[in-house]
Design a protein around this ligand. Structure first.
Ligand code: FAD
Length: 302
């Protein structure tokens, strides 16, 4: 068996694998898509000490760094089940079963998409999902935020400090965000809120130039000129495969303590699949390192 088996090949998994391997323990890593969400990212400007890099370059560097160590990489495989007895067992979709003394789950998350025409086509060309990442690209521009929940309203407040104007579009007749956020939002002069509207299409030629939406109250279809669209309708953790084995929050995030430990002894988790409040590369790498050190501590005590 492995001493530590990492499930996931994004920043959190890569960091966990390197920290584990550097302890000289037998380390495995199941990496369905090496790089994870970073592969879908264009410019990265907030990975501290690297002023600018691009997703695919960053992902290649991650892989190179992991391969520098004695990590048994199992590429292009998905985990489909976790069982925990004396050892942990991870069953892959191809039927293979891997055993390990400790497991670090780092299967990340995915942004919920609208599924309207133009969204996929203009991704990274005006369609964005992460205000912390891409907000500064829209300095002085008119952007829309789709989604009136907490993440949408936080994004709108954040973007209002950079953009010329921010328009919020919410499907329901009212915003769902906490009152304090709504108060703050409505105090801003450069924000417009449209409720009871349904986004129908993101338009553009080589990049976004607007959106078409249905006013659900009047039944009218309208168009608005825009430079960018932030889709904020939820980040879904890739944890469905765990079923009820590990404690998760209402929205499926794995609950971890300050050492990355879950409620199951020997099972740790890191990165965007956990209940960490902020989801960023540098944060997921920190939590991957924490989980590996937590797992090592667990191994030397048991
Ligand atoms: P992920 O990157 O999601 O990696 C998860 C890994 O697990 C992948 O390898 C995946 O293939 C694998 N996996 C999933 N399910 C399974 C399974 N069942 N079995 C085996 N493997 C599985 N952050 C920044 O700091 N700066 C930015 O500029 C930035 N820009 C972004 C732009 C976009 C478009 C997106 C989507 C995100 C951006 N982020 C940015 C956020 C950042 O990418 C994430 O916070 C970070 O990648 C999380 O790392 P992770 O390892 O936890 O998860």
């Amino acid at each position: 068996p492995y001493d530590v088996l990492v499930v996931g090949g994004g920043p959190a998994g890569a960091s966990a694998a390197i920290y584990a391997a550097r302890k000289g323990i037998r380390t495995g890593m199941i990496a369905e898509r090496f790089g994870g969400q970073v592969l879908d990212t264009l410019g990265i400007e907030n990975f501290i000490s690297v002023k600018y890099t691009e997703g695919p370059t960053f992902a290649a560097r991650l892989e190179e760094h992991v391969r520098h160590y004695d990590v048994d990489i199992i590429p292009a495989q998905r985990a489909k089940q976790l069982r925990k007895g004396e050892l942990a067992e991870v069953e892959l979709e191809n039927g293979a079963v891997l055993r390990s003394k400790a497991v670090i789950i780092a299967t990340g998350a995915r942004w919920r998409t609208l599924g309207v025409p133009g969204e996929a086509e203009f991704k990274n060309k005006g369609v964005a999902y992460c205000p912390h990442c891409d907000g500064p690209l829209f300095q002085g521009k008119h952007v829309a935020v789709i989604g009136g929940g907490n993440s949408g309203i936080e994004a709108a407040i954040d973007l209002a400090g950079l953009a010329r104007h921010v328009t919020v579009l919410e499907f329901l007749p009212e915003l769902k965000a906490d009152d304090v956020l709504q108060k703050r939002l409505f105090s801003l002069a450069n924000v417009t809120v449209l409720t009871h509207v349904e986004t129908k299409e993101i338009t553009g030629t080589d990049k976004v130039d607007g959106i078409t939406y249905l006013d659900r109250s009047s039944g009218e279809t309208k168009h608005m000129d825009l430079d960018g669209v932030f889709v904020q309708i939820g980040l879904v953790p890739n944890t469905e495969w765990l079923g009820g084995v590990v404690e998760r929050t209402r929205i499926g995030e794995i609950v971890v303590d300050s050492r990355g430990a879950t409620n199951i002894p020997g099972v740790f988790a890191a990165g965007d699949c956990t209940n960490a409040p902020y989801k960023q590369i540098i944060i997921s790498m920190g939590s991957g390192a924490t989980a590996a050190l937590g797992a090592f501590d667990h191994l030397i005590r048991s």
